[in-house]
Design a protein around this ligand. Structure first.
Ligand SMILES: [Zn+2]
Length: 407
């Protein structure tokens, strides 16, 4: 659960969250260009406790990122945040704990490596489970970001988004696998040996199959929240879901980059590569695992990959689709789905942009389309999209998809 609060009374200004403002339609990203996906070294963080006077910071936990602390003056502390390697997408993830033997109000400045800009407005937690957002205007993406913080002897967690690591996702997978028609397994291992979890939901003897993937990019927690709500609806008790599970087999891969997630990476896997650019060359074990899994489960068994959905986070909600000109059949399927979704959510206007226009498939969703002919798209959720809306949209999107797939 996340609530909006204002911790920064000392700084005075009260900001409106970005999503409350009238804003131009989010343009999304430009068509994806190929980049090298050859393994490159990543810089591991020094892990431990950074003690500065009476105040201590620590990063020795999964998902943490804190590369250094400097005291600038009596009250101002600068937290250095650097990425696992460069060049890299400017998505500075940070997560650390802070406490003080002497209760005091400090100002914490997040200082990013050159060329990077603030993306995630800070969240705080007392237990690492329930988080509160420090209300802040991040619309301008400054090069560094300062906010006041009351520190006491009780540990305070500070993170870019609600901390959601391998352990959290594995717990969710385990819980879901207790439901009817749901089985959990590990389908492969990451470069550093972490399990890549898989859920099989539905009828194992059905030839009609669906793939749902997530967390290729470590900081994209809102994408994970959307995946979770979507999958829980497919695995849920409704008659619609039971009928879908009778007719289809759904593969869910909710954590394709566990090394990046647990090491607090900004973007890459432990091979220093953006996994969602490796679906042409397959130089990384995680993307190879997806390819090999589909070869075995779809191609070799003569099954059909009907639908593919890859969850991510970005500036605002958007769907990245395949250029309809490339589709041989059922061009209306995804537009019909998004239109039905729109009619169920008053005031919601789906933002759709074709991003795969042909050529090599650098991304997972374009690979699902080109290699298997699946109806395929990317489900992007804004970093700041209100969490109750993420949950509601996921549920409705899953319901409307089920209706179309059963038609
Ligand atoms: Zn992403």
């Amino acid at each position: 659960m996340i609530q909006k609060i204002l911790l920064g009374l000392a700084l005075g200004a009260v900001f409106q969250p970005a999503f409350a403002q009238k804003k131009p339609v989010f343009k999304g990203q430009e068509p994806i260009q190929g980049v090298s996906t050859q393994t490159r070294p990543v810089q591991k963080q020094w892990k431990g406790i950074f003690k500065v006077g009476t105040i201590s910071f620590r990063n020795d936990f999964e998902g943490a990122r804190l590369n250094g602390i400097t005291q600038v003056n009596d009250t101002l502390f600068s937290a250095l945040i650097t990425s696992e390697n460069t060049p890299i997408n400017s998505s500075p993830w940070y997560a650390f704990k802070v406490w003080s033997s002497l209760p005091q109000r400090i100002v914490l400045q997040l200082t990013y490596q050159q060329g990077s800009r603030h993306r995630y407005s800070p969240k705080v937690s007392r237990d690492g489970r329930s988080w509160q957002e420090i209300t802040a205007d991040t619309a301008k993406n400054p090069v560094s970001f300062s906010f006041p913080l009351q520190v006491t002897k009780d540990t305070l967690w500070v993170a870019a988004q609600e901390l959601t690591t391998s352990r959290h996702i594995q717990d969710w997978v385990k819980k879901l696998s207790k439901q009817p028609d749901v089985k959990a397994e590990t389908f492969a291992r990451s470069r550093e040996g972490r399990p890549l979890p898989l859920l099989r939901i539905g009828n194992p003897s059905s030839r009609k199959r669906i793939i749902i993937t997530g967390r290729q990019h470590p900081p994209e927690v809102t994408g994970h929240l959307a995946l979770k709500g979507f999958v829980e609806t497919l695995a849920g008790p409704s008659d619609l879901a039971k009928r879908l599970r009778n007719q289809y087999l759904i593969y869910v891969m909710p954590l394709l980059n566990p090394d990046g997630v647990d090491e607090g990476h900004w973007r890459h896997n432990s091979g220093g590569v953006d996994l969602n650019r490796d679906y042409a060359e397959f130089q990384q074990p995680e993307s190879r695992a997806v390819r090999d899994f589909l070869t075995k489960e779809i191609r070799d068994s003569g099954s059909q990959l009907v639908f593919g959905l890859d969850f991510h986070s970005t500036g605002d909600d958007i769907y990245y689709t395949v250029d309809p000109k490339l589709m041989k059949a059922n061009r209306d399927f995804i537009p019909a789905w998004l239109n039905n979704l729109k009619s169920r959510l008053p005031g919601y206007e789906p933002n759709v942009k074709p991003l795969y226009l042909g050529g090599p498939t650098f991304t997972a969703y374009s690979y699902f389309f080109r290699e298997y002919g699946a109806q395929s798209l990317v489900y992007e959720i804004g970093d700041q999209t209100p969490r109750p809306f993420i949950a509601e949209k996921s549920k409705v999107a899953a319901e409307e998809l089920m209706k179309l797939l059963l038609n």
